[in-house]
Design a protein around this ligand. Structure first.
Ligand code: NAI
Length: 284
């Protein structure tokens, strides 16, 4: 069956980006969030990015109008009753994701694939909370979604070949390159990236170097486009902490212990760019 309708759940930085690229590719997209404010902010962000693309001649006004037309919002999950694929990008918490997947399982048609953009949570466990584990898969986009080319495709132990093939086709239609990875804590991208960010935070916490100097070391010394602390602020410090906790729990190895400083920043509500303060300060 052809995939024409997609619901994206969560209108935060990832969900809004995913909805944007899906609408640009011509899918009928419904963006859902439990927060009406997040939905409005998400749509505003998409329109702002489209307008900038038109200004920079990366897309025409007609293309922008066509893409905007593909987008609708829904605060009721029942709007998923006729979609072919759901891509969930709500907060990185297993209980929240399971709740969403269980509810969706009763709402969506039998053929519908339920994909999650989780950064690190086990796909197999999310899938097992539904009656269709063969049609549940990880579709891990990178941030910012419209710019980054990679999508990690993660198969749960029960994910079918057909589901995998169909999701890889959707990713290709969004001009993304896919890498298929196993369902192991942190998958591939965050198993490598997050301990590096966590170590950068520990380096600052131990007073080895200032946050600016740690970022300079990695930018000028390792040719990273962003320093690890800038990147942590960009990703969201809450998301970084959740991922470290998944790695620590999943491997039971102390090398993945989340930095106490990271935990303290999250406790303070300093989540990075999205709250205006993390390791750096931002005008929102
Ligand atoms: P965010 O905090 O910007 O947005 C999360 C959104 O989910 C919020 O708008 C919130 O209102 C909504 N939400 C929470 N619970 C919900 C529910 N029960 N039903 C509907 N909506 C709900 O978070 P962000 O950064 O967009 O992350 C979302 C997901 O994407 C997480 O699983 C995260 O691990 C993953 N991810 C994040 C990346 C990043 O760089 N931030 C990169 C790749 C994946």
């Amino acid at each position: 069956m052809d995939i024409k309708k997609i619901m994206v759940i969560g209108a935060g930085q990832m969900g809004a980006g995913i909805a944007q690229v899906c609408a640009t590719a011509g899918y009928a997209v419904t963006l859902h969030d439990q927060s009406e404010d997040a939905l409005q902010q998400g749509i505003k962000g998409i329109e702002r990015r489209f307008a900038r693309s038109v200004e920079k001649e990366r897309m025409t006004q007609e293309e922008m109008d066509a893409a905007v037309k593909q987008l609708t919002t829904a605060s009721d999950l029942h709007a998923a009753s006729d979609v072919d694929v759901v891509i969930e990008a709500a907060v990185e918490k297993m209980d929240v994701k399971k709740q969403i997947f269980q509810a969706l399982d009763d709402i969506v048609p039998t053929h519908t694939i339920l994909a999650t953009n989780t950064s690190s949570l086990p796909i197999t466990e999310i899938a097992a909370s539904t009656s269709r584990p063969d049609r549940v898969i990880g579709m891990h986009f990178m941030n910012p979604v419209p710019v980054m080319k990679l999508v990690e495709v993660i198969r749960g132990i029960q994910t079918s070949d057909d589901t995998c093939m169909r999701i890889e086709k959707v990713a290709a239609s969004l001009h993304k390159t896919t890498v298929e990875v196993k369902d192991f804590p942190g998958f591939a991208a965050n198993r490598i990236l997050m301990p590096m960010i966590n170590e950068a935070i520990t380096t600052v916490h131990e007073g080895v170097a200032s946050k600016e100097d740690v970022d300079t070391v990695m930018k000028l010394g390792a040719n990273h486009p962003m320093g690890p602390l800038e990147l942590a602020d960009f990703i969201g410090l809450d998301t970084c902490l959740y991922i470290m906790e998944v790695l620590y729990e999943g491997f039971k190895d102390s090398k993945y212990r989340p930095s106490p400083l990271l935990r303290q920043y999250v406790q303070a509500g300093w989540l990075g760019q999205k709250t205006g303060k993390g390791f750096y300060e931002y005008n929102r």
